[in-house]
Design a protein around this ligand. Structure first.
Ligand code: RP5
Length: 181
């Protein structure tokens, strides 16, 4: 679930040779105002039974915390980071520059430009430092992409993803059937 205090403890106690034992996914966002969007990623992970840590890390308001979060995540067992931010959305790219882990960026829509600012801030990374950017506000897909990444090491997760895709198919086919009758 939502574990900001655990993240704080883990951040404080991380060391070079600490044994990775934490949750495999880190969900971070630039502000708590991003939570209504970012919680969709958490819901996906919950539905797949995948543990995660979730907290606020601001590239601009807490830069030192961002550096510390990104540099320690892999040392406590995080395998993939989902980072959401809006506006001058530097968090996903900066975190990607500080961690060897895959980073999935979620552009959050602000109040002025429908999220295009966030999208471009996140997607236009320089060669060498990739961020896997999902559609504006689409934290659901960020969660699903994280699950697929973890599937690289787990046949069980791959099977669950295939079942999820089948459930989507069934849903569409049911709707089509209803329209046709
Ligand atoms: C970004 O600025 C955050 O990710 C958020 O999307 C946006 C606005 O933040 P608040 O002013 O609501 O805290 O850094």
């Amino acid at each position: 679930g939502v574990l900001p205090s655990n993240v704080a403890t883990a951040l404080a106690s991380s060391s070079e040779d600490a044994k990775p034992s934490g949750p495999p996914v880190g969900i971070i966002m630039g502000s708590d105002s991003d939570l209504p969007v970012m919680s969709a990623a958490a819901e996906i992970l919950d539905s797949f039974g995948i543990p995660y840590e979730l907290t606020v890390v601001s590239a601009h308001r807490t830069p030192e915390r961002m550096v510390s979060y990104a540099q320690t995540a892999h040392k406590r067992g995080v395998k993939v980071i989902i980072a959401g931010a809006g506006g001058a959305a530097h968090l996903p790219g900066m975190v990607a520059s500080l961690t060897p882990l895959p980073v999935i960026g979620v552009p959050v829509k602000g109040s002025h430009t429908d999220g295009l600012d966030s999208l471009l801030s996140i997607v236009q990374m320089p060669r060498g430092i990739p961020v896997a950017t999902v559609a504006i506000q689409n934290a659901t897909n960020a969660g699903l992409l994280a699950v697929r990444m973890l599937g690289v090491e787990s046949d069980q997760i791959v099977d669950k993803m295939a079942a999820y895709q089948n459930s989507l198919k069934d849903m569409v086919l049911e709707k089509a059937e209803r329209l046709e009758t």
